[in-house]
Design a binder for this molecule. Structure first.
Ligand code: ATP
Length: 577
């Protein structure tokens, strides 16, 4: 089976060729399901369809398929620490005694998992157990292991998006020569399954012609860093400088009066923001638009931006209506990406900003300001213009500024110099915070023992190697509530040993699946023999000096964490400051 094969070929090149073959041989109807399964999903993030199968359900399915009791299965699970492995052991015994084993098609696996994810209401639990048990009945023991890992979201062999894209290119062109074109379509639609279908059914020309699709989010453009304003002007010349707002990044899709709102990682968020939906309908009259902006809690009385801690209260599943009144939001738009059938992503920024100004009906008079406005902006010709505006923004409670290249297209899914961020520095010489992935944790001493939590071991990400490399052990910055949070959250994803995609010489008390992203502030980046981030074969790695925890970055996936290249850049930059 496909998943099994991938486990033995973790090396990227090998798996690119393997995958290319797989896609070439696949039946047309299997292309979409195959792509989703390989990326560890059953549907793109923006559909909101998630598997989320708990251990209990899996244990029941193994029991139904094998005839063993749940107690016996749990006993084995305690020994192996891996439900997939437990499934394999138990199913192995079973296949020795029964002969009926049909082979599983990609479509069958996909259909059952999709049903599993979308079934709800009375009796749905039993139905779900049956759906998984049916797959286990028709699989080999090793396939069963992978099915279980997939179901519980612990399939550690997921191939990265970049590898899938390279394999698409290899399948149609024999090499990676059309990867960039394919990646562009992915960045515009966030849907690898759709990319596969378009490419293999209609060819690369159809991929190239793709324009944004309303209700299919565009992957976010990201900002670079530079040491100072003089170098920014030198790099991009005259630019538009905007206030950097520290709230939620939101992408808004509107067709007629239907509105959908997506997060930075393309999850559907519409239900959380009824107030924004209402305001968007009132203030935006265009038929079809895709816009982007940052929502932030705002104190109407003092006209001050509120902290991220205030804004985050609006991210909730229950009590939405009350919080809408308690913590009113403002939405500050900074991008117009699509307007009435016209793709704006390749237009220069200056033009997109002017279009945005026309689209939004802003309240021009003082007082009675409306919910939706534009991110404040000025033109900067010289470094001093940036510095002055930066001061002004900081005094208003903003996080800093973003300088935008007037001529640049929207760099979907990429960190480019089209946007350059300058943030207020916390202390020391490090200009920006680092978003690191938690790879392990420590039990505390003293007061901390009561939480079973005393600190984090964190890592940055290398997209090229698909590895998490350690950069800091963080012991400070946590209040009691946060210690409780980490203790609860991390104990659920603990592992028996270091996972394959983690590179670390430092041993935490407990290893965890690299899942949770935290924002960390530090005084500087220093060389260190202890950490593996940025490490060359012979030399030292890089570490954060005096790292302090700031917040959990729920809006980032582990792959969105600060990359190894960014850390190396920040290290170089700090020497210049
Ligand atoms: P950070 O940790 O600095 O928020 P990030 O990795 O989330 O960084 P960056 O690309 O470094 O993202 O910085 C851009 C982020 O700044 C955007 O994701 C967006 O949420 C936020 N932002 C705030 N104001 C603006 C603005 N006027 N234009 C663009 N992005 C803005």
């Amino acid at each position: 089976m496909v998943l099994e094969k991938l486990e033995s070929t973790r090396k990227r090149l090998e798996s690119t060729d393997d995958l290319a073959k797989l896609f070439k041989q696949a039946d047309k109807s299997e292309l979409k399901p195959l792509t989703y399964l390989l990326s560890g999903r059953i549907s793109p993030a923006f559909t909101g369809i998630e598997l989320g199968v708990g251990d209990k359900l899996v244990e029941q399915a193994i029991s139904l398929s094998s005839g063993k009791t749940v107690a016996e299965i749990e006993k084995s699970y305690r020994k192996t620490g891996d439900l997939g492995e437990t499934g394999r052991i138990i199913l192995e015994k079973k296949t020795q005694t029964t002969l009926s084993s049909h082979s599983l098609s990609v479509k069958k696996v996909f259909d059952n998992f999709l049903k599993l994810a979308t079934t709800s209401g009375e009796g749905s639990q039993e139905a779900k157990v049956k759906l998984l048990a049916e797959l286990l009945n028709n699989s080999s023991a090793v396939e069963g292991k992978h099915l279980i890992r997939f179901a519980t979201g612990r399939l550690r062999t997921n191939v990265g998006e970049a590898t899938i894209i390279d394999s698409f290119s290899t399948a149609v062109a024999g090499d990676k020569s059309v990867s960039k074109k394919i990646e562009r379509m992915y960045n515009l639609t966030s849907d690898l399954g759709l990319v596969a279908k378009t490419l293999f059914e209609n060819g690369i020309a159809a991929v190239e012609e793709t324009t944004p699709i309303v209700f299919s989010p565009i992957r976010p453009a990201l900002a670079e860093r530079m040491p100072d304003s003089a170098q920014i002007i030198e790099k991009i010349g005259e630019c538009i400088v905007e206030g950097k707002i520290d709230g939620f990044r939101l992408q808004i899709h509107k067709k007629g009066s239907e509105i959908k709102i997506f997060s930075r990682r393309q999850e559907p968020m519409t239900h959380m923001f009824p107030d924004l939906v209402k305001a968007l309908n009132e203030q935006i009259k265009e038929k079809e638009v895709i816009l982007e902006g940052e929502a932030i809690a705002f104190d109407e009385r003092t006209c001050q931006f509120l902290s991220f801690q205030a804004t985050i209260q609006r991210k909730r599943k229950h009590g939405i209506a009350e919080k809408t009144l308690d913590v009113p939001l403002r939405l500050f738009l900074f991008e117009a990406l699509y307007l009435n059938g016209v793709d704006l992503t390749s237009e220069p920024y200056e033009k997109r900003r002017k279009t945005l100004e026309k689209i939004v009906e802003e309240e021009k008079n003082a007082g009675g300001a409306k919910t939706i406005g534009l991110a404040k902006a000025v033109y900067a010709k010289k470094p001093k213009d940036i510095d002055d505006f930066f001061e002004e923004c900081i005094n208003e409670g903003l996080e800093g500024v973003i300088c935008k290249d007037l001529k640049a297209p929207y760099t979907a899914g990429a960190r480019k110099f089209a946007w350059i961020k300058v943030k207020k520095s916390y202390s020391g010489s490090l200009q920006d915070t680092v978003d690191a992935v938690v790879i392990g944790y420590y039990f505390g001493k003293g007061k901390r023992t009561e939480f079973g939590f005393g600190g984090l071991l964190t890592a940055i990400y290398s997209p090229a190697e698909r590895m998490f490399k350690s950069i800091a052990r963080i012991g400070t910055g946590f209040n009691e509530e946060q210690m409780q949070f980490f203790s609860d959250t991390l104990s659920k994803i603990k592992l028996k040993g270091k996972p394959d995609d983690v590179d670390s010489l430092v041993e935490p008390d407990v290893w965890v699946e690299p899942k949770v992203v935290v924002e960390v502030v530090a005084d500087e980046i220093t060389k260190s023999p202890m950490h593996t981030a940025g490490k060359t074969k012979a030399g030292d790695g890089l570490a954060l000096r005096f790292p302090r925890f700031i917040k959990v970055r729920e809006d980032k996936t582990p792959e969105d964490a600060t990359s190894e290249d960014e850390v190396l850049e920040m290290f170089e930059m700090q020497k210049q400051r």
